[in-house]
Ligand binder design. Structure first.
Ligand SMILES: *Cc1c(COP(=O)(O)O)cnc(C)c1O
Length: 426
């Protein structure tokens, strides 16, 4: 029995599924997850001493790769000077100034500990500001595990949406509607009937939780017009896309200004840190200035904030994004070619450093087409890659996240493994 197998056996006794977050348990691909003990640059190492090129990077958080020297230095210094105060610090001021400078639509911002908290709190602000309860999300969109947002990705437009999870009372999701992503006509039709009930439209500008799915031209702009016309707020969940697709928010690349924006993952440099912010008149509703209560013992934690500052400092000059685009393109082209040579039909979506190989012949534009990806084939491909030292997200509906630590050697290794793994998956 390998050390990972032994650890998994012990873990399952004391932890649900043996993990701290469900996808880590490998249920979609089968087998034992490697228990990781170390990361450096583009690589992770497991408890059995095997090394992998990492295409997960802590689900996108580690845009600079593992143990980047600037981030390590900042965190070490912070920890040595006191790991938490529960009081204001100079670093959070600098950090929030940086976020506001980098994202024009964010005028005032509040720091929290997770993306879940950020979105949940932004929704609370939107409901308070509009005096409405309704929230629109999109099928296949994930916004953390707050009750109101755990809604089954419905098949029809505005059908009665049921909770996706046991323990979520129907009353918690009664005001939530899930519409098809990239379908502006469906959104228009819905708003014509019920637009006046809607507090917020919540959307990932590039969907990342059904695999990578870019917005169709005009989709985000259309949502901006619709929400403005009906007095609803547009909330961009940029927990993945913020500071990953560019320095700042992805919304700028699409020429759309959100009312509220949620950030997470990247901004913490691998530590628990997230944020929600936006128009000053909305954010001034948050306690203690306004009536929307939201608080956190560890919020603005100095270790996380200083690691985040170090990360943003490296990202600011833009070279990282040019590098990610370059290697992203090489990977995208190489994966398509490898699949073609192996006779495997795939659809590859990529936006910058987010990439997904769907095992389908359909163009993937929404949850329905994403679901057409062949899960059994993906599982064979996944294990083919893992056994060759490439660590992919263990689900067909997740994005691969590239890091700036990736170079020619690693990209070659991924493509070499893919040529063989596609053949095994065929
Ligand atoms: C990861 C994610 C969240 C939730 O963030 P956590 O830090 O896991 O709570 C919310 N929205 C999107 C788009 C995400 O990808």
């Amino acid at each position: 029995m390998t050390t990972s197998e032994e650890l998994f056996r012990r873990a399952r006794r004391v932890m649900p599924g043996g993990v701290s977050s469900p996808v880590r348990a490998f249920r979609a691909v089968g087998g034992t997850p490697p228990f990781l003990v170390r990361g450096d640059g583009a690589y992770v190492e497991d408890a059995d001493g095997r090394r992998y090129v990492d295409c997960v990077n802590s689900w996108g958080a580690l845009i600079l790769g593992h143990a980047h020297p600037a981030v390590v230095r900042a965190a070490q210094q912070a920890v040595a000077e006191g790991s938490s105060f529960g009081a204001p610090t100079p670093w959070e001021v600098e950090f929030c100034e940086r976020l506001c400078a980098a994202v024009p639509s964010v005028e005032v911002v509040r720091l929290v500990n997770s993306g879940t908290e950020a979105v949940m709190s932004a929704l609370r602000v939107a409901r308070a500001a509009t005096g409405r309860d309704g929230v629109v999300k999109f099928d296949g969109g994930y916004h953390g595990h707050a009750d109101a947002l755990l809604v089954r990705a419905g098949s029809g437009v505005a059908t009665l949406d049921l909770p996706d999870s046991a323990g979520v009372p129907p009353s918690a999701v009664r005001a939530t509607v899930s519409l098809p992503y990239n379908d502006l006509d469906a959104a228009r039709a819905f708003f014509e009937r019920r637009g006046h009930e809607i507090a917020a439209v919540l959307v990932e500008p590039v969907a990342g939780n059904m695999g990578t799915v870019p917005p169709e031209p005009g989709f985000l702009q259309g949502l901006r017009e619709l929400t403005a016309r009906y007095g609803a707020l547009l909330v961009f969940d940029e927990v993945i896309t913020g500071f990953r697709l560019r320095y700042g928010a992805a919304q700028e690349a699409f020429g759309v200004r959100a009312d509220l924006t949620c950030l997470g993952k990247i901004i913490g440099g691998g530590f628990p840190l997230a944020a929600y912010g936006g128009r000053a008149d909305l954010m001034r509703l948050v306690a203690p200035e306004g009536p929307v209560y939201q608080a956190g013992t560890l919020s603005g934690n100095p270790v996380a904030v200083r690691a985040g500052l170090a990360t943003l400092g490296v990202l600011e000059d833009g070279a990282v994004y040019a590098r990610l685009e370059r290697w992203g393109r090489v990977l995208e082209d190489g994966l398509r070619e490898a699949a073609r040579q192996a006779g495997v039909e795939v659809w590859v979506n990529r936006v910058g450093s987010m990439l997904t190989v769907f095992f389908t012949r359909q163009r993937v534009v929404d949850y329905g087409t994403a679901r057409s990806s062949d899960g059994a084939r993906f599982a064979r491909f996944f294990h083919g890659m893992l056994s060759r030292g490439v660590y992919l997200p263990p689900s067909p509906f997740e994005a691969w996240f590239l890091s700036a630590a990736l170079g020619e050697q690693e990209v070659d290794r991924i493509l070499q493994a893919a040529r063989e793994a596609f053949r095994e998956a065929a």
